[in-house]
Design a binder for this molecule. Structure first.
Ligand SMILES: Nc1ncnc2c1ncn2[C@@H]1O[C@H](COP(=O)(O)OP(=O)(O)OP(=O)(O)O)[C@@H](O)[C@H]1O
Ligand SMILES: [Mg+2]
Length: 514
């Protein structure tokens, strides 16, 4: 009267195997679930009892004990319903136990025996594969997402009866077909997605466009400073249209995060476009970094491998910006809880926009700044410090001149810019293959020496800039990384003086010392 079914739980963005054991013994009718189960798991007793009865099977009127092992990991949610029901039915001989061997079962049950969609199916399918299971059976709505994982049979089912008939050999279920060609899927998704705003709408601002192209090519953090109405938000909103294609590995990482957050649409098995997240400045710390009673990824993790845009960055609370320091440095967020520390990926391109002062007219030729010196200092203090440390490119978005606005000539389209960005990113993907990084911005100090040696003239220029402009040691690394990207955009293996010179231009705030 003992049975064992395999299921899967979630820890952070990764799955881990959970064994669901069921033991039926004599005594008064009772039903207990043990193994550090939370309230939602304990509630599954009622769902399982009703689903079994309403599917036409017998719910044993004996003492039933279900154990979820390992007992030291907290089990959350309703994903174990199906495996608990199967364990009870197998212990009473209503389901063939040998047929369940090597299979992972996941799914929430409804009272009528239907199987409902779950979160985190991709992570759990990856876990099933890495632990050597032969297959995974989960809700039909999740089967497309899980079938992205190759080398394991993925079955989708809509009801408990279907699963039992399949296990007893009365019904034939075909494994879901996965994705054949990732590049094709990416192209299809690009074509099917809603049209994105285009860079050609933005008149003038060629300097900012160039800076954003560099930021997209090398995944560099960028700060745009300019007066109100100069087009900063407009330019940032057009960034998704020029972000480079993702590799399959990057797409898997992003999809795992959206899947565990319950944000993956059921018609999209794999996210192939880089995310662009733009949280309002009233966002809470848990919303930005991640957290909550059952920790969920925050905006910075939802922007993983894509862009996190902070518009009006000075309006975000100082402590909120401080919390970004560690994730921006490491590309990961660690969330400590009483029982465990969870880690979510958070490798983002940070794009910020700000006015140069409270009234916005500082540095404007024809307008007068009305800020007092104290206000100016306060304003810049909100910007400067540790966050600026992590920004590679500072660019001024000056007011657009009339001739630019009224000009008839079409500016370059996003498609043309994206082609160049893709070319530069491909060079980086090939160069860093097997090193664990994808782009120039992720270069570690030891890698800088290997990959970012400027030519003799470039080195001299960098030294002169250091002495003359009083650049800091941290600016040195930033300039080298950005110049590496500019050289890649020029298809140049060696970093030339012109590349260094342009990268130095993007240290506006260092030069101004504001
Ligand atoms: N370079 C430009 N080309 C065409 N239209 C522009 C340009 N710059 C601004 N505009 C127009 O001005 C509007 C406001 O621009 P936007 O919101 O991007 O300014 P902003 O720099 O973000 O200002 P703020 O600092 O107040 O947030 C845009 O919606 C657009 O219609
Ligand atoms: Mg704006």
């Amino acid at each position: 009267m003992l049975s064992r079914i395999i299921s899967c739980g979630l820890h952070g963005i990764d799955g881990y195997i959970v064994e669901v054991e069921s033991y039926i013994s004599g005594g008064l009718p009772d039903f207990d679930i043990v193994g550090l189960a939370d309230a939602a798991v304990r509630e599954s007793k009622e769902r399982v009892r009703a689903a079994i009865k309403n599917s036409g099977f017998e719910f044993a009127r004996r003492r039933i004990t279900v154990n979820l092992a390992p007992a030291n990991m907290r089990k959350e949610g309703s994903i174990y319903d199906l495996s608990i029901a199967l364990a009870i039915l197998a212990a009473t001989g209503q389901v063939s136990l040998p047929a369940t061997a090597g299979m992972v079962f996941l799914g929430e049950l409804s009272l009528d025996g239907g199987i409902r969609k779950i979160d985190g199916a991709l992570s759990m399918a990856l876990c099933a594969k890495s632990t050597g299971q032969r297959g995974i059976l989960l809700p039909a709505q999740n089967s497309g997402e899980a079938a992205v994982v190759k080398g394991i049979d993925v079955y989708g089912a809509a009801s408990l009866i279907e699963v039992i008939d399949f296990l007893n050999g009365d019904l034939c279920l075909e494994p879901c077909a996965g994705i054949c060609d990732f590049d094709m899927l990416q192209k299809d998704n690009d074509a099917a997605g809603s049209p994105k705003p285009d860079f050609s709408d933005v008149k003038g601002q060629n300097g900012v466009k160039r800076a954003l192209e560099i930021a997209a090519s090398g995944s560099h953090n960028c700060l745009m400073i300019g007066p109100p109405g100069s087009g900063k938000s407009m330019l940032a909103g057009r960034l998704p249209g020029i972000l480079p294609d993702m590799t399959f590995e990057e797409a898997l990482e992003v999809t795992k995060i959206y899947s565990i957050s319950g944000l993956l649409p059921s018609n999209i098995p794999l996210i192939t476009q880089r995310p662009f997240r733009s949280p309002h400045h009233s966002v809470t710390q848990a919303g930005l970094i991640g957290g909550g009673k059952y920790p969920k990824p925050g905006e910075i993790s939802l922007a993983h491998n894509g862009v996190l845009f902070l518009d009006e960055v000075t309006e975000y609370g100082g402590s909120l910006l401080e919390t970004l320091r560690q994730p921006l440095e490491e590309g990961k967020v660690h969330i400590a809880r009483l029982n465990a520390t969870l880690t979510f990926p958070a490798s983002v391109t940070l794009i910020c926009a700000a006015n140069p002062c409270r009234c916005g007219n500082r540095f404007e030729k024809n307008k007068k700044c009305t800020c007092t010196p104290g206000q100016l200092r306060d304003y810049m203090n909100r910007l400067s410090g540790p966050l600026l440390d992590r920004i590679d490119i500072h660019i001024e978005a000056a007011s657009v001149v009339y001739d630019d606005l009224s000009g008839q000539g079409m500016a370059e389209s996003s498609a043309v810019i994206r082609k160049r960005v893709n070319r530069a990113r491909k060079i980086q993907t090939l160069r860093y293959y097997g090193t664990g990084i994808y782009s120039n911005s992720q270069l570690t100090p030891s890698m800088l020496d290997k990959y970012c040696r400027p030519c003799l003239k470039g080195e001299k220029l960098l030294k002169r800039a250091f002495d003359k402009l009083g650049l800091s040691a941290r600016a040195y690394g930033r300039i080298l990384k950005v110049s590496r990207t500019i050289a890649d955009m020029d298809d140049c293996e060696e970093i030339q003086a012109a590349h260094i010179a342009e990268a130095i231009q993007y240290r506006t705030l260092d030069r101004r010392a504001i």
